[in-house]
Design a binder for this molecule. Sequence first.
Ligand SMILES: Nc1nc2c(c(=O)[nH]1)N[C@H]1C(S)=C(S)[C@@H](COP(=O)(O)OP(=O)(O)OC[C@H]3O[C@@H](n4cnc5c(=O)[nH]c(N)nc54)[C@H](O)[C@@H]3O)O[C@H]1N2
Ligand SMILES: Nc1nc2c(c(=O)[nH]1)N[C@H]1C(S)=C(S)[C@@H](COP(=O)(O)OP(=O)(O)OC[C@H]3O[C@@H](n4cnc5c(=O)[nH]c(N)nc54)[C@H](O)[C@@H]3O)O[C@H]1N2
Ligand SMILES: [Mo]
Length: 893
Amino acid sequence: MGRAIINNQDCDFAPRETILDASRRLGIEIPGLCYDERLKPFGGCRLCIVEVEGTNRLDAACTTLLEDGMIIHTHSGQVESQRRGLLRILAHSCAEPDTPQWELPFYRYLRTYGLEDELNPDHDPRLLDDSHPYIRVDMSQCIHCNRCVAICDQVQGQHVWKVWFRGHATRVRPDSGDSLLASSCVSCGACADTCPSGAISDRTLYTSPPSSGAVWTKTTCPYCGVGCQLNAGVANGRIAQIRPVLDDPVSNGHLCVKGRYAFDFVTSPDRITSPMIREDGQWRSVSWDEAIDYAASRLKASIEKNGPDSVGILGSARATNEDNYITQKFARVVVGTNNVDCCARVCHTPSAAALKSMLGTGAATNSFNDIEKTSTILVCGANSTENHPIVGARIKQAALRGCKLIVIDPRRIELADYASVHLQLKPGTNVPLLNAMAQTIISENIFDAEFLRHRVTSFDELKHFLGTYTPEAASEICGVDADLIRKAARLYASNGPAMMVHGLGVTEHIQGVEGVMCLTNLALLTGNLGKPGTGVNPLRGQNNVQGAAQMGCDPGILTGSVSIGDAFSRFSKVWLAPLPRKAGLNLMQMMDRAIEGKLKALWAIGYDIALTNPHRDETVRALRSLDLLIVQDMFLNETAKELGTVFFPVACGFERDGTFMNGERRIQRIRRIVDAPGQVRQDWEVIARMAEVLGHGHQFNYRSPSNIWDEIRTVWPDAAGINYARLENQGLQWPCVNETDPGTEILHRDVFASGQKAALRSVTYRRTTESSNDEFPFVLITGRVLEQFNAGTMTLRTPNTILHPFDYLDISPEDAAELGIRDRSRVRVVSRHGAATLPARVCKSMRRGELFASFHMPDARLNNVTGSGRDRFVDTPEYKVTAVRVEQTDRDP
Ligand SMILES: Nc1nc2c(c(=O)[nH]1)N[C@H]1C(S)=C(S)[C@@H](COP(=O)(O)OP(=O)(O)OC[C@H]3O[C@@H](n4cnc5c(=O)[nH]c(N)nc54)[C@H](O)[C@@H]3O)O[C@H]1N2
Ligand SMILES: Nc1nc2c(c(=O)[nH]1)N[C@H]1C(S)=C(S)[C@@H](COP(=O)(O)OP(=O)(O)OC[C@H]3O[C@@H](n4cnc5c(=O)[nH]c(N)nc54)[C@H](O)[C@@H]3O)O[C@H]1N2
Ligand SMILES: [Mo]
């Protein structure tokens, strides 16, 4: 602590506080053009100069640290006249009054210093780049503050913006040397967000200027499980612009191309705005009363004729906790079945099951903030720079600062470029690879003996089991050099704290659960649990998939992840009904029973199974066998299009209130910022109304989402301390057991949720049956890309489609040459299960014999090709390995 005087005010300051930070704290605004709290201050623009008594210099407030006894003047005559001089030099930039950028800091300062008339009225049209669908570049307005360069380097880590030439000719340009669209830009918009002069700005500022009194509201991104906070500006009833929230602990003031820009789906002309019933093969718009009466009576008929277990319900990982809570309550109380599930089944249920069985809680052990606290990050089967871009950017920055990275992925994903070790294993061989890492840690005595003594059991069993699992033996199966496996094991065990993040490259295999168990073994052996910068952290998929499952959209568990047997009486009391005891069907079993004619009715809420389930032939066969298929969505998705019987149109995440739960157990508010179109209703309202019509109004008598949340708190003790008032400014991570509990960043600190000690698991490797042969010589990996999201219903209705128009088949240059496949020519991928046609992309990130494709687009229908392999414990499909061949077609896309 020290004391200084700023503009005659006393100022106590902490060590290493800058003059700028302290002044802001005192409410003194010092102009600055190169300062952004997300960046390292670099004192480039010199506009924040201040006078320090007793020195002859003027110092930049953003880079000068306070010293005891300093007397500072931030707006003295000398300072102000120098500032005016500096601004006058910069006023060569051009902008016209009352244009959208007129409110940006640079023009505000010009007005403050009476310099607006100095602006140059001439645009240089050669400096305008209008190529990008979201970001407009007009370097006539550039004032060379270099914030775009800095934020692209220091926050996104993409290094797109470069300073070209010197002196008078200095220009800031993208790395393409040409247009932004042609550059390596990932469209995160950070440059547009930080630019103080409008040289780089959001295009929406010009197409739908929010200047006419936009209202800004904080909400949560509707895309992935990272759960970034958004600041949404609404003007004339439409979203005009979305900006990051600077003090958001999840995003640290950053967003990706989806969160920031992909919101046009909200006003898409093909939103379904009235309920519909299919008659003679055609959809007919009907009133809500008619649609609900019809669906309810058909559901009732099915229950009466075939029993409650002839009905299945799928909750939505895109909808709120409140929606999902009443979805599973509806299944159990109104229908009387445990046949309720959600898409966590095809995604991270293996992570939840493995973590729950080994550690006692089926969720990420640590938080995204641990990325900045760790020394080593192991990234296994997760392509985070595309699929969890804010986490990916944080990992890249950590690596640039010296954190070690181990990447386990068959493809050379972007993070592999930053890795100390990249283990490029054959798809489907995580178990032998991770076992060999454990074997190395044990045989080289680099485990954490102290941690093992106090917190771990079954060490001797594992040691015995792994006796022959040497890196050499594993290498034969997974194709990774034995020494590289050792190197990775040593790094993870010795350069702690070490943290893991993993993705579908672990879970979507026949050994999904066991893959996660092998990862957890490594964390237990090395004591990397219960501490900052450690843990086993599944990067959860959608905005609320963690929540949907945690709310009980799972046949085996109730809200709060308790088994039905354990919580029967607690729930019956609140729900005023007994619970069904018979084990329920999961999503994959529902498909099987439908084909057998035993499941007759399905209600799919926000889930496009026809497009996204594997082995499409089988999925379609199952859905065709149903008597009743209710689809509840914003759009006529593929499931509804061909196969739906009733359609309930509902609001999207920007049109309603409620909460989402992100991948680090953080519960955050979403807010209604625009009105839903036409007769569209909220998910929870539709479910509650169905319950009422079926005679259960008294149990579904809710007035609002917060009403539902308050019931959730009463049945789920770990959320008892979370109420809407506490969520007003920021989210809370469960467990949070009372209203003074700050929530939990790190699980299992002193004991595991399951008890004092956790047991290591000995996992035997099982080979996939999707092996290649002469007929099917390639292994196809399926997954996703940055610009598109899952079933594509949202991103395909935005300009993201300009940025990424197709599902491509990525193939190595060697294989492409051998098969005579040209880049972007159309090819057919054929498996034992079906075929799909899509354009090929020749990629250096692919190895010989392996292919990659995304599954976002209805016209490619990649899931024609995927098969019926499943995890043997939880039935998660084996999306990550399919044996295929590639055939040329004549057509170009
Ligand atoms: N842009 C975008 N973001 C998304 C989504 C989206 O569709 N688009 N979807 C969201 C959803 S629902 C989810 S679940 C997450 C998924 O996010 P991720 O888990 O990152 O998903 P994937 O791209 O399917 O697969 C990850 C990686 O696994 C690798 N892999 C394949 N087989 C193996 C293997 O045997 N071992 C190992 N170690 N790796 C393997 C693949 O090469 C791939 O790079 O993303 C979420 N975020
Ligand atoms: N080949 C292959 N297939 C895969 C995968 C893979 O890696 N490879 N990954 C799998 C994974 S991990 C997942 S999670 C699934 C995802 O598959 P889905 O869950 O089907 O995909 P989403 O696009 O996330 O959303 C489903 C639907 O929710 C709707 N929706 C959005 N918001 C709301 C809302 O607020 N309310 C309601 N009622 N509806 C809403 C959307 O319009 C969309 O129709 O795909 C799986 N399929
Ligand atoms: Mo997912």
